[in-house]
Design a protein around this ligand. Sequence first.
Ligand code: TYD
Length: 134
Amino acid sequence: MDIRMISFQPHGDARGQLVAVEEGKELPFSVKRVYYLYDTVSGVTRGYHAHKKLQQILICVHGSCTIRLDNGTEQALVRLDRPTEGLYVANTMWREMSDFSPDAVLLVLASELYDENDYIRNYDEFLRYVKERA
Ligand code: TYD
């Protein structure tokens, strides 16, 4: 499966590190929403859904976590463990997030506002949706 990682340039100096993410440069879409997951309980897996329209970039800005992606045909596991690396998640992609380290902060840049109607929360429905689009 084609996994698209986006590298962010750290602007480090003697004081520490800084990463800037700008529309039209590092990002393939305009960001309408930002959210982040933290204090994720050990052993928990989240997500279990796909989106019809929403695109996202996932950045584990602190700690680490694993993202499982499934396009209906192929699956991939991606470990996110650095603040200079983003995982692009296209629409129509089933995702599960797991193996969060206790200090993990997963930042999500999203192309759309929150819309429950954009979610596909049933895996069989997701497979049907992917087939219909093909
Ligand atoms: P949920 O969709 O269960 O998270 P995930 O699927 O990533 O594990 O979201 C948890 C709660 O947060 C749920 O009540 C919906 C709410 N929420 C918002 O209000 N706005 C948002 O942008 C997101 C992502 C979730």
